[in-house]
Design a protein around this ligand. Sequence first.
Ligand SMILES: *[C@@H]1O[C@H](CO)[C@@H](O)[C@H](O)[C@H]1NC(C)=O
Length: 194
Amino acid sequence: MSDPILIVGAGLSAADAILLAHHCNIPVIHAFRRRVSDPALIFNQLPKTMYPEYHKVHQMMEEQALTSPGPYERYISLPKHRVASFTEDKKCIFHDKNHHQKVHKISMALVLIGSNPNLSYLPNNGMDMAVDCDQPVSPKRNPIDVNPFTYESIHKKGLYAIGPLAGDNFVRFVQGGALAVASSVLKKANKNPP
Ligand SMILES: *[C@@H]1O[C@H](CO)[C@@H](O)[C@H](O)[C@H]1NC(C)=O
């Protein structure tokens, strides 16, 4: 019943998030910078027969971008789109490849853009949220400053960072981070039912 969740990125984490949302019938807006057929996309490198579920996501990305409304309910694909900014009233502003602006209302954003992400959609490139606010964010040297138990940003409540962005550069920490975030989000939702 909610506004769609936004999933940004076109790697395996984004694909897993899309599959899970789809499974739970949660509407999804999926934005990514590359075109669907870009050889650098991980989906174009995985053998289809070995990864049928990821192939399915790739197919959705393609078909939903060509036809509108496409065959998959509750999924909108936005290839060659960049997140320009988020507004206080939960809207996301996108720029497409022709620099045209699009606005979508969202309920939540999952930004899954790899270990060395471009944070230009955050004020000041996210610097205000770093451990050292006078230096640029860097997964290795100056990660996002988070509460170690919830992974919520110290400087901006409601914003979370896990994995390399929070200084955890090993895959094995990501699950713990994700669990901590899920737990914190759930606790907040229980305190403030919609
Ligand atoms: C980050 O994204 C912005 C906006 O799309 C772009 O202008 C900038 O060049 C990018 N920075 C890097 C290091 O790629």
